[in-house]
Design a protein around this ligand. Structure first.
Ligand SMILES: O=C(O)CCC(=O)C(=O)O
Length: 271
């Protein structure tokens, strides 16, 4: 499911770029919905959509609208996007759980996002782990950052390649505006995906264009990770989700293979 080159790259750097993984017409639809919903107050959004943080008390934090697959099929297609799932299935050893889907808009006024993730006191949490063994790469917490716009050099996603397996704390002086070789600013086009382990130290530089940056962050964990309340399907809105997505949102034991996984594997020729 992953090529040898992808395994090598992901193991070395902690992320992969999936070029043109999302069809143009879906990108356009998501941009339209992003602009519509980001033009609304939380109270006007179709339920169960809501902002991750209170936009009134933190007006310069990039606003993130969550639960979007409940409101439009385009996000349901994105969650099951075959290129993204090909990688997510390989990295979770065919045991994925969809955690959240966040539609984010950054403007020139938005704050940048300092480095986070990576080294945390030398202890690698099972909830955010990375390993490579027996010819496989494995990560328990993944983020597929889907860009809906072209991102020019100097802005957008940055990371410290290799920091997902670092054993020493990042020096305080290393920041998101540093350059290579320590910091990589990954430039993408609309429809590209940066799929990274959350164990990678990452952040985002300030947006510099008049036209807002729009992105979708689709987060997956292993199916047997039991996260805090707030994850899992929202039962009162279950009727808005197809069975595949509902199942993908559920916790399942390590031994249980989800039906949606079997279906995807059969389609992709994996096992
Ligand atoms: O905006 C970005 O590219 C980075 C987002 C980020 O840091 C995150 O989702 O944790």
């Amino acid at each position: 499911m992953l090529t040898d080159e992808e395994k090598w790259f992901f193991d070395l750097h902690g992320y992969l770029v999936l070029k043109q993984a999302v069809p143009e017409k879906d990108v356009k639809r998501m941009v339209g919905l992003c602009d519509t919903w980001h033009g609304m107050e939380d109270s006007e959004l179709p339920a169960p959509l809501r902002s991750y943080r209170d936009v009134n008390t933190k007006p310069t934090t990039p606003r993130s609208i969550n639960n979007v697959p409940y409101a439009d099929e385009v996000f349901q297609r994105l969650v099951l996007n075959r290129e993204i799932m090909r990688v997510v299935l390989a990295l979770t050893d065919n045991s994925p759980q969809l955690l959240s889907v966040a539609l984010v808009r950054n403007t020139k006024e938005s704050d940048d996002i300092p480095f986070h993730g990576g080294f945390s006191g030398g202890i690698r949490s099972p909830a955010n782990d990375y390993q490579a063994a027996n010819g496989k790469v494995f990560a328990t917490f993944l983020n597929a950052g889907v860009s809906l716009v072209d991102v020019p050099a100097g802005t957008g996603f940055v990371c410290i390649p290799g920091s997902h397996k670092s054993n020493f704390p990042k020096p305080d002086g290393v920041n998101i505006y540093d350059g290579p070789p320590t910091v990589a600013n990954v430039n993408v086009k609309a429809g590209d995906v940066v799929l990274f382990t959350e164990a990678l130290c990452h952040g985002a530089r300030r947006w510099t264009l008049d036209e807002p940056r729009r992105s979708v962050f689709v987060r997956y964990s292993t199916s047997y990770a039991s996260w805090s309340p707030g994850y899992g399907p929202i039962e009162e809105h279950r009727d808005k989700l197809p069975d595949d997505i509902y199942e993908l949102l559920q916790i399942a034991s390590l031994q249980h293979r989800k039906r949606v996984v079997n279906r995807l594997l059969a389609e992709m020729g994996g096992q």
